[in-house]
Design a protein around this ligand. Structure first.
Ligand code: CAA
Length: 299
C-alpha cells in the first residue's frame, strides 16, 4: 500500500525548486519551500506567481486554484522547521556533490524517520547520494525538466539500494501531480542527459568547426527534427556551466573520449558566458525587449 503523503519540503528555491513547489501546491499538497536566503525565497514566490498567471491566462487553471496554490506554500529559512511533518523531501540545490552531502546529513538528522528523500540531481549518482542518509532504501532520484510547470516528464532514478516501495510511492505521487514518471537505473547522466548532452556537445563541435552558424544549426534541428528549441538555444536555456558539468561527469565516469566537452563550451564557461542567466552564450539576450541575437563566432 502506498504511503500517504500530505506535506512536501522542497529544498532550494531556484528555477527548478520553485517550479516543483508550484506544481505540488497546485495539486493540493502542503509545501514548505526552504532556502537559506530570504531574498531567494521572495524571488521564488514572484516566479511562481508569474507562472500561475500564465497558466490562468491560458485557462488551464482558474483564479481560485492559483490563490489556493499560493496559500499552500510556506516559505522557510530554518531547515529543522521546514522538515517538520514532511513525508517527502526533494533536494533541489546546486549541482555540487559536497554541498549535497552536507545538506543530506542535516536532512537525515531532522526528517521524519520514514520520510522519502528525493534528489532532483541531473547527473550525480543517486547511489552515492543515498549513502549519506541512514535509510538509503528510502532515497531516490526525481529529475524534473525545465520549465517544470509545463514539461510532462519526471525521470525517476532508482539507486542501487532504493526499495520497491519507495519507487512505487514516487510513481504514484508523480502521477498525482499530473506528470509522467519514467523509471530508469542509476548510471552516469541517467537517460535524459546521457542522450541530450552529447547532442548539445555535438552541435557545439559543429559550430566550432564552422560547418554552420548558430542560427543554421538551431533552425535545422527545429525545422528538420521538430525540436521546440535548437540545441544551442537549449544549451543557453539550461546554462552552459550545467552542460559542461554534466559532460565532464559523462567523460570521467564512462571513460570514453566521445564525451569530452567541446573546447568552445569550455571557453564560453571560462568567459562566464553561461547563456540566458548571464545574458550571453550562443545568443545575446535583451531581457527588457524579450529579444535574442545569435553571436557570430569567427575563427
Ligand atoms: N510556467 C507556465 N507556463 C509557461 C512557463 C512557466 N514557467 N514557461 C513557458 N510557459 C508557457 C507559455 O505561457 C507559453 O504558452 P502559449 O504557447 O500558450 O503562449 C508556452 O509555455 C510556450 O512558451 P513561450 O511562448 O514562452 O516559448 P516557446 O514556445 O519557445 O516554449 C518552451 C518554451 C516550453 C520552454 C519550449 O521551447 C520547450 O519545450 N523547449 C525545450 C525545453 C526542454 O528541452 N527542457 C528540458 C531541458 S533539460 C532539463 O531541464 C534537465 C537537465 O538536467 C538539464
Amino acid at each position: 500500500m502506498n504511503k500517504i503523503i500530505r506535506k512536501i519540503t522542497v529544498i532550494g528555491s531556484g528555477t527548478m525548486g520553485s517550479g516543483i513547489a508550484q506544481i505540488f501546491a497546485l495539486n493540493g499538497y502542503k509545501v514548505s519551500l526552504y532556502d537559506l536566503s530570504l531574498n531567494n525565497l521572495d524571488l521564488a514566490i514572484e516566479k511562481i506567481q508569474n507562472s500561475l498567471e500564465k497558466l490562468e491566462k491560458k485557462q488551464l487553471i482558474n483564479n481560485s486554484m492559483a490563490n489556493d496554490a499560493i496559500s499552500r506554500i510556506k516559505l522557510c529559512n530554518h531547515l529543522e522547521n521546514s522538515l517538520k511533518e514532511s513525508e517527502l523531501i526533494i533536494e533541489v540545490i546546486v549541482e555540487d556533490f559536497s554541498e549535497k552531502e552536507k545538506l543530506l546529513k542535516e536532512v537525515n538528522q531532522f526528517c521524519l524517520p520514514d520520510a522519502i528523500i528525493a534528489s532532483n540531481t541531473s547527473s550525480i549518482s543517486i547511489t552515492k547520494l543515498a549513502n549519506k542518509v541512514s535509510k538509503p532504501e528510502r532515497f531516490i532520484g526525481m529529475h524534473f525538466m525545465n520549465p517544470v510547470p509545463i514539461m510532462p516528464l519526471v525521470e525517476i532514478i532508482n539507486g542501487m539500494k532504493t526499495s520497491k516501495s519507495t519507487t512505487d510511492n514516487i510513481i504514484s505521487i508523480t502521477k498525482s501531480i499530473n506528470k509522467t514518471p519514467i523509471v530508469v537505473n542509476d548510471y552516469p547522466g541517467f537517460v535524459a542527459n546521457r542522450i541530450l548532452m552529447p547532442m548539445i556537445n555535438e552541435a557545439i563541435h559543429t559550430l566550432n568547426e564552422g560547418v554552420g552558424d548558430v542560427e543554421a544549426i538551431d533552425q535545422i534541428m527545429k525545422l528538420g527534427m521538430s525540436h521546440p528549441m535548437g540545441p544551442l538555444e537549449l544549451a543557453d536555456f539550461i546554462g552552459l556551466d550545467v552542460c559542461l558539468y554534466i559532460m565532464n561527469i559523462l567523460y570521467k565516469e564512462l571513460g570514453n573520449t566521445k564525451y569530452a566537452p567541446c573546447p568552445l563550451l569550455v571557453k564560453l564557461v571560462d568567459a562566464n558566458h553561461l547563456g540566458v542567466k548571464t545574458q550571453q552564450g550562443f545568443y545575446k539576450y535583451d531581457a527588457k525587449k524579450k529579444e535574442k541575437q545569435a553571436i557570430n563566432f569567427k575563427y
